[in-house]
Write a protein that binds this ligand. Structure first.
Ligand SMILES: [Zn+2]
Ligand SMILES: [Zn+2]
Length: 268
C-alpha cells in the first residue's frame, strides 16, 4: 500500500515493473502511491507530481495498467500527500476531486525544511529535532482530513545523525499519544512502513513500541507499505513486519478501496 514509480521525481521505476514484481511475489493488491508535495521547501525537489501538477495524467497511466493486469492483481489508485498546516483546506479539495482509492498523509518537512536538510540538526539535540518533527506532524494531521493513513509516523528518525539508535517511545510519549489519538478519533489509520527494516535500521516505521501503543489506545487500522522506489524493494521485510504487527496484538491489516478500509486477516 505504499509504492513509488517514475511518476515520483525520486524514482525511475516504470509502473509496470513495480506491478510485475508484486505479481511475482503472489500479491493480490498493490496501491501505487506517488508523491504529491505541494509548496515544498526548495532545498531539494525530490517530491513531486507537483512539478507538473498532472494528477489526471498520473491516474490515466494507472487506469491503463489496472486494466492490463486486472486478471493478476488489483491496482489501487493511491497518492502520498505531503501534509503542511497551511495546505489543510486545499488538500481536502484536492483529494475530493479525484477517484483515489487510498491517500497516505506524510510529513516530510518541518521548520520549513526537508527532513534531510543538515541545517535542521546543526544547532539542536536529536531529541529537540524529534520533538519539533512530532509537533509538526500532529499539527498537520489535525489540520486536514485529506488522508486515510499517516505515513511513516517517525520519519524523522531516518535522517537523524544517529538514526533511531536512541529512540524510545517513552521520551515522546505525550506527543506520540496525541498523534495516535488524533488518528483514531478521526477514523484514520497508520501504516507499518518496512523501508527502515529492509534498509537496516532494525525497526519498521513507526517503531514496534509505537505500533503496540497504537493498538493499546484502540487503533485498528493498519496498512503495510514497503515504500519501494524500485522493484527489488517491493514487499521488502513484509514477513518480519507481519510478525511484529501480530505480536503487537493486531489480528487484521487493511487495504483501501475508494477511500474505505477493507480488513483482511493477518495469517501466521
Ligand atoms: Zn514518505
Ligand atoms: Zn513514500
Amino acid at each position: 500500500m505504499h509504492v513509488h514509480t517514475c511518476f515520483s521525481s525520486d524514482s525511475t521505476a516504470p509502473v509496470e515493473d513495480q506491478i510485475r514484481k508484486a505479481i511475482s511475489l503472489g500479491m493480490k493488491h498493490i496501491a501505487i502511491t506517488d508523491h504529491q508535495d505541494y509548496d515544498y521547501p526548495a532545498w531539494h525537489s525530490i517530491y513531486l507530481l507537483s512539478d507538473t501538477g498532472d494528477t489526471e495524467g498520473y491516474l490515466n497511466g494507472l487506469r491503463a495498467v489496472r486494466e492490463k493486469y486486472a486478471e493478476q492483481i488489483e491496482v489501487l489508485f493511491g497518492i502520498e500527500l505531503g501534509l503542511q498546516v497551511h495546505l489543510g483546506e486545499m488538500l481536502n479539495k484536492y483529494v475530493a476531486k479525484y477517484p483515489f482509492d487510498f491517500v497516505i498523509g506524510s510529513t516530510h518537512c518541518y521548520d520549513g525544511r526537508d527532513t534531510e536538510d543538515p541545517a535542521l540538526y546543526a544547532d539542536r539535540s536529536e531529541e529537540e529535532a524529534c520533538r519539533a518533527y512530532f509537533q509538526t506532524e500532529l499539527d498537520n494531521i489535525a489540520a486536514t482530513d485529506a488522508y486515510d493513513v499517516v505515513g511513516h509516523i517517525d520519519f524523522v528518525l531516518r535522517d537523524l545523525p544517529s538514526k533511531n539508535r536512541y529512540f524510545t517511545y517513552a521520551k515522546y510519549a505525550e506527543l506520540l499519544d496525541e498523534i495516535l489519538l488524533t488518528v483514531i478519533r478521526k477514523g484514520k489509520g497508520i501504516e507499518c512502513n518496512t523501508k527502515t527494516l529492509y534498509r537496516g535500521m532494525g525497526q519498521p516505521g513507526p517503531d514496534t513500541s509505537v505500533l503496540r501503543r497504537y493498538r493499546e489506545l484502540g487503533g485498528e487500522i493498519i496498512t503495510f507499505g514497503s515504500d519501494a522506489h524500485r522493484p527489488d524493494w517491493i514487499g521488502g521485510s513484509f514477513e518480519v513486519a507481519s510478525k511484529i504487527v501480530r505480536d503487537c496484538g493486531f489480528r487484521y491489516y487493511c487495504i483501501y478501496k475508494e477511500r474505505s478500509p477493507v480488513f483482511l486477516p493477518l495469517e501466521s
